[in-house]
Design a protein around this ligand. Structure first.
Ligand code: ATP
Ligand code: MG
Length: 505
């Protein structure tokens, strides 16, 4: 038994707790007067609530502990794909912030006689003690704690798999008052796997980066910190894959808003209020998921302009339906600002079907056309699916038999989606890559031929239809010339009928 412990046990035996406490306090005061350090205790449980700062410090230290510590604790959270390192019990770690030194100690003690609590408390009392120089306190303490919270949130986001939320219950809440249901989101699509024009891709990535780092910009300009993207293009061109890539790139959760389940504007607002920041709110196939009714053409002009009405017939009252203005408020109006750092993404196969109010400038910040597979996009798919490398796809290698050049020539005309290209490549992925390329070329060529044949037969059909019409016209003219009397009568009859009709009216 150490001397300190021995003295402690004597103190415990001889003096009542009040005196022991007062002596300890006095020692502390004396110690503090002469010490050039100040100490902060961050306990795991603050009263009955879990202390957020404790968890943040633990996660934060994991980023430096993995490098510096000699004895570390390891954890893996539910649904997380990463391990987190932490300080073991009563271990120390030194961190630096803005040139000042901060020493952390993880203090674990046994909890003494259980005090009354609404919920059972753990047997161990855990906390971190932060030690910094007294002179550094006013300079760094707040900034350091903010830095810890931010870094911890970032680490969590990176480690934790994304969540995908759906509103399959409409606006109805669960027992905890949440209208959204969530599942872990593990979509493997990234900007590396996404086949599209590299310059367009880079532009979108830069836009996303600017958005995510734009806190001060949005504050300075007085704009709500949100951004809207409209993705449009034929089916299978990668609109949904793009959304997944965006979420994976930024580390955001996805809220997949099923508009057909939302019946009123207030339900829509409730849903929005329950989304978290750093998230992407998606409305897929916006042209199909809601029933577009241009009410201005049916009702007097005092009515608001055209409205989308979801899950409601044209005769339901506006108050009980979801309208276009409700949807626009959701993305654009005051309600869109509750929370921050939110991205709205709408997708559609037919942009021409959308109401102009949704498309007008300033509403969706970026309109992104997801096109049929271009040659640069095709090269990305060939790299990812069958293992070509950049050199091989430059077409400068000896073994190239001209297939690549031919692919470049036919790809645009074939009008094939990246989804169809990837199907062909998946089927051929076990074959030699040059054979897979040739197979793809065959598929593309046959598509082009079919298209030409299709357009030729359409042209032939058109031609024969025109010929038939011309023949008929000639026939009619001929008949008119042969019997001018009949034609005159016919005209008269017609006029006569019109006159009769006029009289009737
Ligand atoms: N640009 C692309 N890059 C890589 N893969 C793609 C691309 N487009 C499509 N694919 C592949 O095709 C599949 C279907 O694509 P996706 O669901 O993203 O298309 P979509 O444009 O959302 O179609 P829809 O309009 O029918 O919803 C994806 O799983 C992906 O494997
Ligand atoms: Mg889709």
């Amino acid at each position: 038994m150490g001397v300190f412990a021995f003295c402690q046990s004597i103190l415990h035996a001889v003096f009542p707790p009040e005196i022991r406490f007062a002596v300890a306090k006095l020692f502390n005061r004396l110690f503090n007067c002469f010490s050039s350090y100040c100490y902060f205790d961050i306990t795991e449980i603050d009263g009955v609530n879990t202390n957020e700062l404790y968890n943040a410090v633990q996660v934060y230290l994991s980023s430096s502990a993995s490098v510096a510590g000699s004895r570390l604790s390891l954890t893996r959270a539910l649904n997380s794909s990463a391990f987190t390192f932490g300080l073991s019990n009563n271990d120390r770690l030194v961190d630096t912030f803005r040139g000042s030194t901060a020493t952390w100690e993880h203090v674990v003690t046994q909890r003494q006689a259980q005090t009354f609590s609404w919920r059972p408390l753990p047997d161990e009392k855990r906390g971190f003690t932060l030690r910094i120089k007294k002179k550094d306190k006013p300079l760094i303490l707040h900034a350091y704690l903010d830095h810890i919270m931010d870094t911890a949130n970032d680490i969590r986001r990176r480690n934790q798999d994304r969540l995908l939320y759906t509103n399959s219950r409409g606006g109805a809440m669960d027992s905890r008052g949440h209208p959204w249901e969530s599942v872990p989101f593990k979509h493997p699509s990234t900007f590396d796997t996404l086949a599209m024009d590299p310059s367009k891709k880079e532009e979108i990535m830069a836009d996303l980066r600017d958005f995510a780092e734009g806190n001060t910009f949005y504050q300075k300009t007085g704009r709500a910190w949100k951004r809207g993207y409209l993705l449009y293009g034929p089916p299978g061109t990668g609109k949904s894959s793009m959304i997944a890539a965006m979420a994976n790139y930024l580390g955001y959760d996805i809220y997949d808003l099923e508009l057909t389940e939302v019946h009123t504007n207030s339900e829509l607002r409730k849903l929005l209020m329950k989304t978290t920041s750093k998230s992407i709110i998606v409305i897929e196939d916006i042209d199909c998921s809601i029933n577009l009714t241009n009410r201005s053409s049916k009702k007097p002009s005092s009515e608001p302009p055209s409205e989308f009405r979801a899950g409601a017939g044209p005769d339901d009252s506006t108050a009980k339906s979801m309208t276009l203005s409700g949807l626009l408020n959701f993305t654009d109006g005051l309600w869109s600002c509750c929370g921050s750092e939110r991205i709205f993404v709408f997708t559609t196969n037919r942009i021409e079907k959308l109401d102009p109010a949704l498309l007008r400038s300033g509403r969706m910040d970026m309109h992104i056309f997801m096109s049929y597979c271009s040659f640069p996009a095709l090269k990305i798919l060939m790299k990812n699916y069958v293992g070509f490398d950049d050199g091989e796809l430059d077409g400068e290698q000896e073994e190239d038999d001209g297939s690549l050049k031919q692919l470049e020539q036919v790809i645009d005309e074939a009008e094939i989606t990246p989804a169809d290209v990837s199907e062909v490549l998946i089927k051929n992925r076990r074959r030699e890559k040059r054979d897979a390329m040739k197979e793809l070329l065959e598929v593309l060529k046959s598509r082009v031929e079919k298209k030409i044949a299709g357009s030729a037969s359409a042209a032939a059909r058109k031609k024969s239809l025109n010929e038939e019409l011309e023949e008929e016209e000639e026939e009619q003219e001929k008949r008119a010339l042969e019997s001018p009397k009949d034609g005159g009568e016919a005209m008269d009859t017609c006029n006569g009928k019109g006159a009769e009709k006029g009289e009737e009216n």
